[in-house]
Design a binder for this molecule. Structure first.
Ligand SMILES: NC(=O)c1ccc[n+]([C@@H]2O[C@H](COP(=O)([O-])OP(=O)(O)OC[C@H]3O[C@@H](n4cnc5c(N)ncnc54)[C@H](OP(=O)(O)O)[C@@H]3O)[C@@H](O)[C@H]2O)c1
Length: 288
C-alpha cells in the first residue's frame, strides 16, 4: 500500500467560497478515517484549509480521489489510502505504510463508522459484526498502533467520533449506541492514563448531522429510517468543532454544544424513556 497523490502547498488559496488556506506554519499530519463522505470529508477539507496535511482513509476510492484532487488543486496537502477498516491486517498495513513513508500521524481522528436502526433481533449478524469491527475494533486497534509513536515523539491527539447516543441509548440503536458508549469509556480511561504525556484523547459527542449516515443505515439488511435525521445539522459545523478541539484540546466536546444536556435526560427521565421506547420504535418495519 502506498500514499496516493501529493501536492505542493500554497498560501492564501481559496478552497471554496468559505474555506481559505490561511497558514503555512501548521505542519501537523492528521489521519482521518471515514474520510470519503460526510463528517470525515468535511473535516479533511477544513483542516487542509488550515494547513494540516490530511491522510484520508476509507473504502470508496473514487470519492477519496476526488477529495484529494479537490484539496490539492487548492493548495492543500492530502493523500488517500483505500482501506477496509473492518480487516485487522489492512489496519496493520496502513500504519506500516505510514511509518515507511515517514507520514506518522500527529493526530488520529477515529471517525469511520455506521449505524443501523430497528429491532436488534432483526439485524443480520454480518451487519452486527461489521459494526463492531469498524465502530469499536478498528478504533481500539488504530489507537493501539499509533499511540507508541505519539508518546515517543512527545505529541499526539486522538479524537474519537462519538455520539450523544453513547450516553442516551434509545430504542432501535442498541448496538450502535453501545459502540458510542465504548468511545466514551475508551476516551475517558485513556485521557486519564495519558495525563502529563503530551498525548490527548478526546471524544466528540455529536447530535444528528446531515451526511450519508442515514442512507448507509438504511442500506444494510432490515435497516430502518433513523428518526433523528429530521433534526440533522450541516457537517461543516462538526469540521469547525474538530478544528477548535485540536487547537484547544480537552476531553469531551458536544456538537452542537446545547446537546451537553443529553446525559441529564437519561439520568432524569430514564423511566419515561423506558415507557415510550417501544411505542416510538413501533412494530417491525422491514425495509428492503
Ligand atoms: N451523521 C450523524 O448523525 C452522526 C451522529 C453522531 C455520530 N456520527 C458518527 O460520525 C462518524 C462519521 O459518520 P458520517 O455521519 O460522516 O456518515 P457517512 O457519511 O456515512 O461516513 C461514514 C464514513 O465511514 C467510512 N466507513 C464505513 N465503513 C468503513 C470500513 N469498513 N472501512 C473504512 N471506512 C469505512 C465510510 O467510507 P467508505 O464507505 O468509503 O468506506 C465513510 O467515509 C461515524 O462514526 C458516525 O457514527 C454521525
Amino acid at each position: 500500500m502506498e500514499a496516493r497523490s501529493a501536492s505542493t502547498f500554497k498560501e492564501k488559496t481559496t478552497i471554496n467560497e468559505e474555506l481559505t488556506i490561511t497558514t503555512s506554519s501548521n505542519t501537523k499530519t492528521v489521519l482521518i478515517t471515514g474520510a470519503s463522505s460526510g463528517i470525515g470529508a468535511k473535516t479533511a477539507e477544513f483542516l487542509a484549509s488550515k494547513g494540516f496535511t490530511v491522510l484520508l482513509v476509507a473504502r470508496r476510492k473514487e470519492k477519496l480521489t476526488t477529495l484529494v484532487d479537490q484539496i490539492t488543486s487548492h493548495g492543500g496537502k492530502a493523500h488517500f489510502f483505500e482501506v477496509d477498516l473492518s480487516i485487522e491486517q489492512a489496519r496493520i498495513e496502513l500504519i506500516n505504510t505510514l511509518e515507511k513513508e515517514n507520514q506518522q500521524p500527529d493526530i488520529l481522528i477515529n471517525n469511520a463508522g455506521f449505524g443501523w436502526y430497528g429491532h436488534f433481533e432483526t439485524m443480520n449478524w454480518q451487519t452486527g459484526k461489521d459494526l463492531i469491527g469498524v465502530n469499536i475494533e478498528a478504533v481500539a486497534h488504530l489507537t493501539h498502533l499509533v499511540l507508541p509513536g505519539m508518546l515517543q515523539r512527545g505529541y499526539g491527539h486522538i479524537i474519537n467520533m462519538g455520539s450523544v447516543a453513547g450516553k442516551l441509548p434509545e430504542q432501535g440503536i442498541a448496538l450502535y449506541s453501545s459502540s458510542k458508549a465504548f468511545m466514551d469509556a475508551f476516551t475517558t480511561s485513556l485521557y486519564r492514563e495519558l495525563r502529563g504525556s503530551h498525548v490527548t484523547v478526546s471524544v466528540a459527542r455529536l447530535g444528528p448531522i446531515q451526511t450519508e449516515f442515514f442512507d448507509a443505515a438504511r442500506s444494510h439488511e432490515n435497516g430502518g429510517n433513523v428518526p433523528a435525521e429530521k433534526l440533522a445539522i450541516p457537517a461543516e459545523v462538526v469540521a469547525r468543532g474538530i478544528y477548535r478541539l485540536i487547537t484547544h484540546p480537552h476531553k469531551v466536546v458536544y456538537i452542537p454544544w446545547y446537546l451537553s444536556v443529553s446525559p441529564l435526560l437519561e439520568i432524569l427521565f430514564s423511566g419515561i424513556i423506558d415507557l415510550v421506547g417501544p411505542l416510538l420504535l413501533g412494530k417491525k418495519k422491514i425495509q428492503k
